[in-house]
Design a protein around this ligand. Structure first.
Ligand SMILES: C[S@@+](CC[C@H](N)C(=O)[O-])C[C@H]1O[C@@H](n2cnc3c(N)ncnc32)[C@H](O)[C@@H]1O
Ligand SMILES: [Zn+2]
Length: 441
């Protein structure tokens, strides 16, 4: 089998991301949808399954941004930038975000609104209303700013997030402050971990979360959350959470090895339940290093999917070279989890590693994944942040670099899973921060 050929078995899994039709046929260099006519290219053995309307030609838009420079020069600059590296790692710039850093690339169409939008909107949260008395816990809120100035938690009259608690007798308690991890620019979204200090006295309270501009005013005209919370004296320990011993520091290789064990555990469950060794496995947001190929399950067929074309293409080349599994047993694909090119109920196992926490709305992503699982299928979540470290320099740096970095507490994962009708059947926390779970539908 040539390494250029996309394996045949993929065809039975695919749908058109433009019209959701299943009548896709192979033709020279790609696939074509016979329902709506959309064509999908295959580059480096990787089908590119994006809606044509969502793709822009990077070189063309760069050329127009740079003031009509000739296209050829821009194409050469782009390909050169990706082609060479410097030997000294200290001198290496990052390359993955080159194009995204240019302001022109933001092609999101603002839909015309008839009503004026509120100054600040909540896009997503996974608010778990149970708190342990006298303890602090984070709850993350993704906020969109519709004001025309930048919100910052530094400088004169900074913005913070805070809240008021009201107890059963009507007495109000002012909340602690949480800073925005990075400035929030007009029209943009940011997920902010909000620290909540639960009162010493157990009981029912009401919480109202809002922005506060210090020395200025509380934005109580724009309340981000208003609802009851339960403060309990002792939150019972999380049933069944496995916390393997560790040496007190984060060991990356060990964390990867443990991820492999969780994949094997899920595969073992499925083999037992279905009596079959032939598992159909999908890894979503796999980057160039899918865990399911590192920890290959013999007899399985694997689709490795990432939004980014270069990641998927590098991953494909790498896995062909590393021969982790026969080349006809896996295929990389470049697609968006929110419009994935797969038929419903196609997979026994779906794995997601270090990526769930990057999605703007995790419940929506989980809903999509649930549809792709077969009835007894399992979703395996690996290496997600299981503890909020709001001042962690890596977290701040990634946000500054344009990544949608987010962190969650285990109590928030409970809410995400419950909303998406997933049931955790195995949970593990490694190094006190790296969360792993097997979820059933
Ligand atoms: C932190 S990386 C993790 C990559 C890999 N799983 C690993 O563990 O090294 C997050 C990945 O999510 C991918 N991603 C982000 N949004 C996505 C989406 N909507 N659909 C598919 N993949 C997405 C990114 O391209 C990126 O490769
Ligand atoms: Zn179509």
């Amino acid at each position: 089998m040539s390494i250029d050929v996309v394996p045949d078995w993929l065809d039975n899994l695919l749908v058109c991301v433009e019209c959701r039709g299943t009548d896709l046929k192979r033709e020279e260099g790609g696939f074509r949808c016979f329902d709506c006519g959309t064509q999908y290219e295959i580059v480096n053995r990787v089908p590119l399954f994006h809606r044509p309307s969502t793709m822009v030609d990077a070189a063309e838009s760069l050329a127009s941004y740079l003031g009509g420079l000739d296209l050829l020069s821009v194409q050469r600059a782009l390909s050169t930038a990706l082609r060479y590296r410097l030997k000294d790692p200290e001198l290496r710039g990052e390359f993955s975000q080159i194009v995204e850093r240019y302001p022109f690339i933001d092609t999101t169409e603002q839909s015309a609104r008839s009503e004026p939008s509120p100054d600040f909107e909540v896009i997503a949260h996974y608010f778990n209303p149970v708190f342990n008395s006298a303890k602090e816990a984070y709850r993350s809120f993704r906020i969109k700013s519709n004001v025309d100035y930048t919100l910052k938690s530094v400088g004169e009259r900074p913005f913070n997030l805070s809240y008021w608690l009201t107890d059963a007798s009507g007495q109000r308690i002012e909340g602690v402050r949480s800073a925005l991890p990075i400035p929030l620019h007009p029209g943009r979204e940011l997920t902010v971990p909000i620290l909540i200090a639960a009162p010493d006295t157990a009981g029912e309270y009401r919480i109202q979360i809002m922005l506060v501009q210090e020395f200025e005013r509380w934005r109580d005209d724009c309340i981000l959350y208003d609802g009851p919370i339960s403060v309990v004296a002792t939150v019972p320990p999380r049933p069944g959470l496995v916390t393997p011993p560790h040496a007190g520091y984060f060991d990356f290789n060990e964390d990867i090895a443990r991820s492999g064990k969780v994949i094997s555990l899920a595969a073992e469950m499925l083999r037992r339940e279905t009596g079959s060794n032939e598992l159909m496995i999908l890894e979503i947001a796999c980057g160039n290093d899918p865990q399911v190929l590192r920890h290959n399950q013999p007899g399985s067929l694997v689709v490795a999917c990432d939004l980014s074309f270069p990641q998927a293409q590098l991953g494909s080349l790498r896995c062909v070279k590393e021969e982790l599994t026969p080349v006809q047993n896996f295929c990389f694909i470049s697609a968006d989890v929110f419009n994935a090119p797969f038929r419903e109920a196609s997979f026994d196992i779906i794995v997601i590693c270090a990526a769930l926490h990057h999605f703007a709305n995790i419940t929506v992503a989980l809903d999509q994944l649930r549809k792709l699982l077969k009835p007894r299928g399992k979703l395996v979540v690996l290496r997600e942040p299981g503890k909020v470290a709001a001042n962690d320099p890596t977290y701040i740096r990634e946000l500054e670099n344009g990544f949608n970095e987010q962190q969650f507490e285990l109590d928030e994962y409970d809410v995400m899973f419950e909303r998406s009708k997933f049931r955790p059947i195995y949970q593990q926390l490694d190094f006190e921060c790296s969360y792993k779970a097997i979820l059933a539908t």
